[in-house]
Design a protein around this ligand. Structure first.
Ligand code: BGP
Length: 471
């Protein structure tokens, strides 16, 4: 592992901060999801008074960030991947920036600086002003390009001397898996599959243009900073050695490569034509779009890694797949165990993903998320013995070491999801715990919110101190 390897943790504003309507913050897409991104969706774009919304409280980081960052420092992290809530800076997505929102992140970054913790900031992590969905229909509307650029420019100009690494969109490839949270695309299920695909891939096109603008803007104005794209690294295995299965696997991986290919090379891949045609999509590309994309080649690739899949995702072409099935795929891998939430546990798959991306691009890769969502038990003496989490992380970090030390992959860093417990994106439960720091809230928001160091806290601290030399 490199000497200056970026060991850290990763969180997202909408899942951690809470304070959803404080100090001028506007409602975001996340704020109306009472059941998480993979669960039931509300019928209307609003907050229902009789529902409980765990994102509204999050882990209350907004009020406790000083204590939390002090704990992060005690855990020894070198970097902190976090996101800025767009709806805290531009409450409706338009107009003037919210001073209080800027002040909050300024305070957070200054606090991190106090401990020499390097921030890695995602501009849009499954969150955007809800008003932009109501008014424009989210990213399918090209109006979003200029609004996102204005937001990005505002925070980059303000924080360029405090934040050296920026990520444009979280898990951009998931715009076609969970389109509402990744793209603000709201469907009422009267749309045909082709109509949905059109909205999703047109939305992705607008994100490519906007993301490329950010890269270009930063390169021209702050050349010392680095900008990356991010995907969920859900690569797949072929179901067997049948040639057709191998072909299905290539197509399944293209659901991820489509995004990295474009952001890294600065142009759509050749297969984009057939890939989009099969989905019934013809992109509306305006003059200047492709040129803009060509100017926005990223400096690094960020990847989250949780599970692998078996291709194809939908083997029998079922007309309807749940959000979970679309995300995890329908074919089970008989060689792998699953987590309490049914997510396949596959450490070797992480080495494979790193190699696939590095072989293709030879760009530095940040493992921007990796972790185990599990129920934790607080013992009578106030401890959490989470050996399962240590085992999970250790098995994955071992594979990162192999990728780095044996295979020669340029791994920039590893930020474990989530360092501190927060609300799950897919299920909206805080009881799906990922942290090395326990947060005393339950799924209904009861509890003190007190922070408790889990056994994995001390373990991760040792891993960082020793640069993983012990494992
Ligand atoms: C990633 C998201 C995160 C995070 C993580 C774990 O896809 O970028 O926001 O939540 O998955 O997922 P979950 O919280 O649903 O268990």
């Amino acid at each position: 592992m490199l000497e200056n390897f970026l060991w850290g943790i990763a969180t997202a504003a909408n899942q951690l901060e809470g304070a959803w309507n404080e100090d001028g913050k506007g409602p975001s897409t996340a704020d109306i999801l009472y059941d998480g991104t993979a669960g039931e969706y509300p019928k209307e774009l609003k907050v229902y008074p009789d529902k409980y919304y765990s994102y509204h409280l999050g882990s209350d980081f907004y009020h406790r960030y000083k204590q939390d960052i002090q704990l992060f420092n005690e855990m020894g992290i070198k970097c902190y991947r976090m996101s800025i809530a767009w709806s805290r800076i531009f409450p409706t997505g338009e107009g003037e920036p919210n001073k209080k929102g800027i002040e909050f992140y300024n305070n957070v970054f200054k606090e991190l600086k106090k401990y020499n913790i390097i921030p890695i900031v995602t501009l849009s992590h499954y969150e955007m002003p809800l008003e932009l969905v109501k008014k424009y229909g989210g990213w399918k509307n090209r109006k979003l390009i200029s609004l996102y650029e204005k937001y990005a420019k505002t925070v980059i100009d303000k924080f360029h001397d405090l934040v050296p690494y920026w990520i444009t969109f979280n898990e951009m490839n998931f715009i076609s898996t969970i389109p509402f949270c990744a793209g603000g695309l709201w469907f009422d299920n009267n749309e045909s599959e082709a109509d949905k695909n059109k909205a999703m891939f047109q939305g992705a096109h607008h994100q490519f243009v906007a993301g490329a603008w950010v890269v270009d803007y930063v390169h021209n104005n702050y050349p010392e900073l680095k900008v990356g794209c991010m995907v969920c690294g859900t690569f797949s295995y072929a179901n067997s050695c049948k040639p057709q299965d191998a072909w299905d696997q290539i197509n399944c991986d293209r659901e991820t490569f489509y995004y990295t290919d474009t952001f890294v090379r600065g142009h759509y891949p050749k297969y984009a034509k057939s890939f989009l045609r099969e989905k019934g999509v013809t992109l509306k590309i305006e003059e200047g779009d492709l040129e803009q994309i060509s100017k926005g080649k990223v400096d690094f690739i960020a990847m989250s890694y949780y599970f692998t899949r078996v291709a194809p995702i939908n083997p029998n072409n079922d007309a309807y797949l749940t959000n979970n099935e679309r995300m995890l795929g329908k074919i089970k891998n008989p060689y792998l165990k699953v987590s309490q939430w049914g997510w396949v546990i596959d450490p070797v798959g992480l080495r494979i993903a790193l190699n696939k991306l590095y072989d293709r691009y030879e760009l530095p890769i940040l493992i921007a998320e990796n972790g185990l969502g599990a129920h934790d038990t607080l013992t009578a003496d106030g401890k959490i013995h989470d050996d399962y989490r240590k085992e999970f992380l250790e098995a994955h970090i071992k594979e990162v070491k192999k990728a780095s030390d044996i295979d020669g992959v340029d791994v920039l860093g590893y930020t474990s999801w989530s360092g501190i417990d927060l609300v799950s994106a897919t299920s909206a439960q805080i009881s799906k715990r990922y942290g090395q720091i326990y947060v005393d809230y339950d799924d209904d928001g009861h509890g003190t919110g007190n922070r408790i160091k889990k056994d994995s806290f001390y373990w991760y601290k040792r891993i960082i101190e020793s640069n993983a030399s012990e494992i």
